[in-house]
Ligand binder design. Structure first.
Ligand code: KG4
Ligand code: ZN
Length: 336
């Protein structure tokens, strides 16, 4: 089954062609991130307009890369949420147009399920059940993936998402947007033990996260140094902050794996690109004999290939949408 997938939930206009949920025939991502550097974040109205501008060339590019025409496509998949409403609608409108004109199936996909599915595209042997740490700009979840379409929430952030904390800390240090990759680079030449930043653990759910206290503590450290006339040592602050996030994410995930007895751990989402997290997680998993999967960097951040993969596992169960498909900006994942 060949799926044409479209992703426009935030500031990437993306289209992919995916065979049987596992094979990438084409994967094109046009990022608007550079455009938003001057604003320090995404401007939703501009993002929607840019999606409309880039959409057709990106789809044409994906079809050309796959060496296929729309006549060779069996279904159109599109992100229905979570995301920015105007941005989501840009993709959904185009997907509906293709499905109507070619008389093929249409399916709306949960963006978060997509992030998990990125791993199926590069690891043919990976099959549920497994535990998933899903960390992106808007979400930080520990999930039990019972089956491709059966996902249970074990822990989630109670305030900021981990990616959001990276972006806000980066902004306070003038590193630019998106902050995660910039903090990651600066951290490489810093001492991760120079600053001790606070970590939050909840008694009622040890798998939940909170990153707002950590973020505030980093911002206070920067301000205190500035008030004393000292230039903040950005590399050390980045390294210490990143280490704290990486340890928190790793420790909660390992504890969840022990509790569930699941010995396969899968990381997903933009923050899964973080080198500190990859290092800590690999170390702890090796110690315990757990298998750990990370998507390649290009499939950690937003792309349409992951949407085409997630769609396939619904399509083979006969789950499709009709033309009343609409954007669901605060769509959730799982059962909690
Ligand atoms: O999954 P994603 O592309 O979009 C959402 O669905 O939110 O994640 C974007 C987030 C941003 O907050 C970005 O700063 C973060 O992922 N990110 C990183 C890294 N690369 C991207 N965070 C830490 N280290 C990285 N290397
Ligand atoms: Zn995403």
């Amino acid at each position: 089954m060949i799926v044409l997938a479209i992703e426009t939930s935030c500031d990437e206009t993306a289209c992919a062609v995916i065979k049987d949920g596992r094979r990438i025939l084409a994967n094109i991502v046009s990022s608007q991130a550079e455009l938003f550097e001057i604003y320090g974040g995404v401007v939703p109205e501009i993002a929607s307009r840019k999606h409309m501008e880039y959409m057709i060339p990106v789809i044409d590019g994906a079809l050309a890369e796959a060496g296929i025409s729309l006549d060779g496509i069996d279904a159109v998949a599109v992100t229905k949420g979570p995301g920015l409403v105007g941005a989501l609608l840009a993709g959904i409108s185009v997907a509906k147009g293709i499905a109507i004109s070619k008389d093929i199936q249409l399916i709306g996909v949960n963006h978060l399920e997509g992030h998990i599915a990125a791993n199926y595209l590069v690891n043919p042997e990976l099959k549920p059940p497994f535990l998933c740490l899903l960390v992106s700009g808007g979400h930080s979840h520990i999930l039990i993936v019972n089956d491709y379409t059966d996902i249970q929430v074990m822990g989630r952030t109670r305030d900021d998402a981990s990616g959001e904390a990276f972006d806000k800390v980066a902004r306070a240090m003038g590193l630019g947007y998106p902050g995660g990759p910039k903090v990651d680079i600066a951290a490489k030449s810093g001492d991760h033990l120079k600053y001790r930043f606070p970590r939050t653990k909840f008694k009622d759910n040890p798998f939940d996260f909170s990153f707002s206290g950590l973020k505030t503590s980093v911002l206070n450290t920067i301000n205190n140094l500035k008030q004393k006339g000292i230039e903040p040592d950005i590399e050390n602050i980045c390294a210490s902050f990143q280490y704290t996030v990486a340890r928190t994410l790793t420790d909660n995930t390992i504890q969840a794996a022990m509790e569930t007895g699941l010995k396969t751990i899968v990381a997903a989402g933009g923050v899964a690109a973080n080198s500190g997290l990859r290092e800590e997680m690999a170390k702890e998993c090796a110690k315990r004999g757990f298998r750990i999967f990370f998507p390649p960097l290009a499939l950690c951040t937003d792309n349409a290939a992951m949407i085409g993969s997630a769609a396939y596992f619904h399509l083979i169960k006969g789950e499709i949408d009709d033309f009343s498909l609409n954007a669901v900006p605060s769509l959730r994942i799982g059962n909690k």
